[in-house]
Design a protein around this ligand. Sequence first.
Ligand SMILES: [Zn+2]
Length: 255
Amino acid sequence: MKPRSLVLLSGGQDSSTVLALASQHTNVVEAMAFMYGQQHSVELEAARKVAAYFSVPLKIVKVTSLEEVATSALLGGDVNEAHPLPQFKDLPASYVPGRNILFFTLGAARMTKIGATQLWTGINATDYSGYPDCRPEFVKAFETTIHRGMEFPEFEIVAPLIDKTKWQTWALAYNISDQVGDFIRNVSHTCYNGDHETKHDWGYGCGECPACWLRAKGWDEFNQWIEALRSVVGGDTYHETIRNGVQDGKAMWLS
Ligand SMILES: [Zn+2]
């Protein structure tokens, strides 16, 4: 029997891909999104569409306290600059202190009610290196905290993108199917400036903020990888080439 899961969904590329993966491997009981004073509701709109596409109920939780207590560019200010607080000066301005600790705690509490044991998350330690709450040591420590602090020994965090780059995340989506890959490309929202009108090959966004740069760079690298792989294993579509690559042992990390 498949494990029961809760998926944290922001509506971005990473968490949308994680919901796609969780839908394959688990019984997704619910997706959970947070309103925490983001400047743009377009993210939540994307989360709604992604949850609907995968036929998963979406629970939106209001977290007003972060807005009141924390400082981050996602809550106001310039995302292109270093973090405004001196103790976080090596981190980008988009870092929200305590965000994942809070979200994971709310997710774990919810899981006790809906009977889920796996918390799936799109956290990633490669592209935004430096976010302390996106690293494997945080995941391990948080699991232990919930085991002991909630008497919830089955609690487990699944973070399939933690060691993946953005181009590998594209590959994981197209490994499922071309339809899923295209859907995530066109519907998921990453742009810090809330632009979901300007269309690019890699989806919608302003094209000028750090989140758009990473997404565009990942898309370019993914296409370079696909072309190189196609020259060896063939395939008419992204999905076919990836499947051929997996069967040929040239894309083992995807299977
Ligand atoms: Zn942007």
